[in-house]
Ligand binder design. Structure first.
Ligand code: NDP
Length: 325
């Protein structure tokens, strides 16, 4: 049996309920993993509220680290006793132990602690694909990254710096901007105080940026387009402020043949080898010290509803984890 956080109906954090569930044995292509630490992500909020609907009841959580307890037929890259970590569908990581598909579970290097891995997998693999698998970006390029003091944001600030890419961040307070700057952002704009698009033009000598990485959505979409160079790309990868409303695609022509993509990590990690390669690159960044995970909020699994409240209320910075006894 394993303590597991589930929802029976979409709604607020109060919908999260802890139940004891039978874990069972892994079938072909599956493993059973005992979790040490689980990661919290904004996608968990979308799934809880129903913005991303799912069949109910369902356990939540997309990321965790722990120890492999058993493997099913055909699993060759992991064995019982291995330290492992993952970002993976289907949701269900908020638990003490689970049976799950093995393909997206990665062997965890001994020198990467469980809490770091749980804080890093989903957010770090996201940064990997934004910088390396979405549009060509090279040293000397400039990107705009919204919510730069958040979980994905602080990793992105460090990642950009390690690759010679100039990152202009945005964040909702001066304190958050300070944090983004400490983590490698070249500039950070408090978008609650200042219209960010004209400021981006000013900071880039009128040119605009090569790419915008926008996980904020509704409130930043227009300004993101207005911050781009001709032929630049908007990566609209999230909706923390609400979904981007429908728009007339012709506006992209008028603003300079812009490109817009709506990527998701789960497309990029669907291929087992690609997922493992992406994870190796992330672990290299962590092991080299280029990327340091900042875990600013730790909750017990039983405090999962409070963790959701903090994330939604913009009270968090860096990563948030749920710890198991
Ligand atoms: P964060 O830690 O970045 O938290 C979200 C941040 O968004 C807040 O802290 C806040 O920062 C900002 N924000 C702006 N407006 C709002 C609002 N109305 N309500 C709440 N927050 C708001 O979360 P994550 O690091 O987990 O994720 C960042 C984004 O990336 C999310 O949109 C997430 O869904 C997306 N994502 C997408 C993936 C993909 O593959 N498509 C994968 C991983 C993440 P501030 O106060 O500074 O404005």
């Amino acid at each position: 049996m394993a303590l597991t956080a589930i929802i029976e109906e979409h709604g607020g954090p109060e919908q999260l309920r802890l139940v004891d569930r039978d874990v069972g044995e892994p079938g072909p292509g599956e493993i059973r993993i005992a979790h040490k630490v689980c990661g919290l992500n904004f996608i968990d909020v979308y799934q809880r509220t129903g913005l991303y609907p799912m069949e109910l009841p369902h356990a939540l959580g997309m990321e965790a680290a722990g120890v492999v307890e058993a493997i099913g037929e055909g699993v060759t890259h992991l064995k019982p006793g291995d330290r492992a970590a993952y970002a993976a569908a289907p949701p269900g990581a908020y638990c003490e132990a689970r049976v799950m598909p093995a393909a997206q579970v990665c062997l965890l290097p001994d020198d990467v602690p469980f809490d770091v891995a749980a804080a890093a997998m989903l957010k770090g693999l996201t940064v990997q694909y934004l910088f390396h698998r979405t549009t060509p970006l090279k040293a000397g390029d400039t990107v705009l990254f919204h919510a730069a003091a958040g979980g994905v944001g602080l990793i992105a600030c460090q990642w950009a710096k390690s690759e010679g890419i100039t990152l202009i961040g945005t964040a909702g307070s001066d304190e958050k901007c300070e944090l983004a700057l400490e983590h490698g952002a070249q500039h950070c704009i408090n978008y609650n105080k200042e219209d960010f698009a004209p400021k981006v033009r000013e900071l880039t000598g009128g040119a605009g940026v090569d790419a915008v990485m926008d996980g904020v959505g509704a409130t930043t979409f227009e300004g993101s387009l207005d911050s781009l160079k001709p032929l630049g790309m908007l990566m609209s990868f999230g909706n923390a402020s609400g979904p981007v409303p429908p728009f007339n695609i012709a506006i992209l022509g008028g603003k300079g043949s812009l490109k817009v993509t709506r990527p998701t990590l789960f497309t990029h990690i669907a291929d087992h080898e690609a997922c493992q390669d992406m994870a190796r690159m992330l672990f290299d960044k962590i092991q080299s010290g280029d990327v340091k995970l900042r875990i600013d909020q730790r909750f017990p699994l039983t405090g999962v509803a409070d963790a959701h409240r903090a994330l939604e209320a913009r009270k968090t910075t860096g990563s948030t984890v749920l710890e198991l006894p």
